[in-house]
Design a protein around this ligand. Structure first.
Ligand code: AMP
Length: 504
């Protein structure tokens, strides 16, 4: 089973339907996309045997779609890398993957070629060498085992060196089916707007939307520009998108500022980091009931739990603060340090098993053995499940603050501080302390209006959480350090605090 079949089936059924758009301009119909991906598969097969790794280093672009399906059709393994990485970091991934070839965008290719040296070959997307690949005769891989890797998903590396999660054709198929079952129905002629990186969550959503005959819309900017995104969601029919929570917030701010309300916005699927309840409520007020949440990680792509659109319509705060319930095809549990299942409401590590869970880390048996135990993926996320199966994430185990022997989950304190209308963003971390081991420190980015005072924030905390959880120190900062996927780098904040270094 090869996920190329998802495209082949749709192209047979809807050949004239628009498949890929650059902004509002049609780039490829389904029959054209199918033909180009088949030709690329033939060209790649003529050069390399099945199972070779092929890197894609590019901003979001219309070619991304034909590249992924061409690589899969050839029986090769796609290695999409985050385009915001430094060329040296990309080169490390190319080397770690043992890639035979790199497809790079014209903007990224020169630095990447310099970082790589002589090998492997870099083919510039859109160049003559690139175009020549599409003259080949189609030759798909004769058979692909469901266990064959299809995508090496390099983790975002907030906890150290990035590792390549091996996602097989079966994993991708399981993620695709679970998306359609749990998150949103997609119809032919709907649109999937790729504003988040296609090397990550947005790229994974190419599969369910292609399988249903939807348009792939790549913003002309190649990324996320809130005003452009809002305009596209009025120009294309039935728009859906995957956005990180920080993008949802930027979109909401832009919609409020400009007064723009997209007329064709069907669904926003958010995940990849915590969505705070206050922000979710504000966004629901602006955009209406279009939101669904997913919780997943590269090792179980986009698929551990989800919170559906209808569940967002309930006023139940505990439900809104949760990441929802186990996905179709997944078993999800919370375990203690010895791997024993915990009772409802007890906090422990979240584990998941099912067809969506990765085969292991590429060339890294030790990391694989730590992450995959007895068939379960140990996610490194701490959480608790209620009796109905709603999972609430606390924090990654390493972000937990232990002060005077008591556990403090930063997220809980962050949720409270965000209730102040003058708080735009906040991040709570542990600060080393001789007496207590750690104390709570809060980094606060003030909103343009009503900047909060320490006293006001302190009072908010006293009203809602135990006194020992209150921040002992507040730092008002211009911005929070984030990685290229928009995740706050708590480690960096902790390091700066420990070193007594000032923040911007
Ligand atoms: P990545 O592998 O880069 O996608 O990162 C996955 C990690 O992001 C997870 O292990 C969680 O810590 C976090 N994450 C993903 N989805 C959510 C969510 N809906 N809410 C909170 N954290 C999330």
């Amino acid at each position: 089973m090869n996920v190329f079949a998802l495209l082949a089936n749709t192209a047979r059924r809807h050949p004239e339907q628009g498949a890929v758009y650059r902004g509002t301009e049609l780039a490829l119909r389904y029959r054209e996309l199918r033909t180009r991906a088949g030709a690329l598969a033939g060209a790649l097969r003529a050069r390399w045997p099945a199972g070779e790794r092929i890197v894609v280093a590019s901003e979001n672009c219309v070619e991304y779609v034909e590249l992924l399906f061409g690589i899969w059709g050839a029986g090769a393994v796609a290695v999409p890398v985050n385009f915001k990485l430094h060329a040296k970091e990309m080169a490390q991934i190319v080397e770690d993957a043992g890639a035979c070839c790199v497809f790079a965008s014209p903007t990224l290719a020169p630095a990447l070629e310099a970082a790589l040296g002589a090998a492997p070959a870099v083919i510039v997307i859109g160049s003559r060498a690139y175009d020549e690949l599409f003259a080949a005769a189609e030759e798909l891989a004769p058979a692909t085992a469901p266990e064959a890797p299809a995508w090496l998903f390099y983790t975002s590396g907030t906890t150290g060196r990035s590792k390549g999660a091996m996602l097989t054709h079966r994993n991708l198929m399981a993620a695709t089916l679970a998306h359609l079952a749990d998150v949103e129905p997609i119809e032919p002629g709907h649109s999937q707007v790729h504003a988040a990186p296609m090397s990550h969550g947005s790229g994974l959503y190419i599969l369910p939307s292609i399988s249903r005959g939807a348009r792939q819309v790549v913003p002309a900017s190649g990324g996320f520009d809130p005003a452009e995104f809002l305009a596209l969601c009025s120009a294309h029919p039935g728009c859906g998108a995957f956005l990180a929570p920080t993008m949802v917030q930027r979109l909401r701010v832009e919609a409020e500022r400009s007064g723009t309300r997209p007329t064709q916005l069907r669904s926003i699927v958010y995940g990849g980091g915590p969505m705070y309840v206050e922000e979710l409520k504000r966004s629901l007020r602006v955009f209406g009931p279009v939101f669904a949440q997913i919780y997943g990680q590269g090792e179980s792509p986009m698929t551990i739990t989800s919170l559906g659109r209808h569940e967002h319509e309930q006023a139940d705060e505990a439900v809104l603060a949760s990441v929802g319930t186990a996905r179709t095809g997944c078993e999800v549990a919370v375990v203690d340090a010895d791997g024993r299942m915990l009772e409802p409401e007890e906090i422990g590590e979240v584990v998941v098993r099912g067809d969506v869970v990765m085969a292991g880390y590429w060339n890294n048996p030790q990391a694989t053995a730590e992450a995959l135990r007895d068939g379960w993926l140990f996610t490194g996320d701490m959480g608790a499940m209620d009796a109905r199966g709603f999972l609430t994430l606390r924090d990654r185990s390493k972000d937990l603050i232990i002060s005077g022997g008591s556990n403090i989950y930063p997220r809980e304190v962050e949720e409270v501080l965000l209730r102040h209308p003058g708080v735009h963003e906040v991040c709570v971390v542990g600060q080393p302390d001789e007496q207590w081991g750690e104390t709570v420190a809060a980094f606060v980015v003030a909103a343009a209006q009503n900047p909060p005072t320490e006293d006001e924030l302190d009072r908010l905390c006293i009203e809602s959480i135990a006194r020992f959880k209150r921040p002992k120190a507040y730092r008002f900062v211009e911005s929070l350090p984030k990685n290229s996927y928009g995740k706050v780098l708590k480690r960096e904040l902790r390091e700066r605090l420990a070193a007594g270094r000032d923040l911007p």
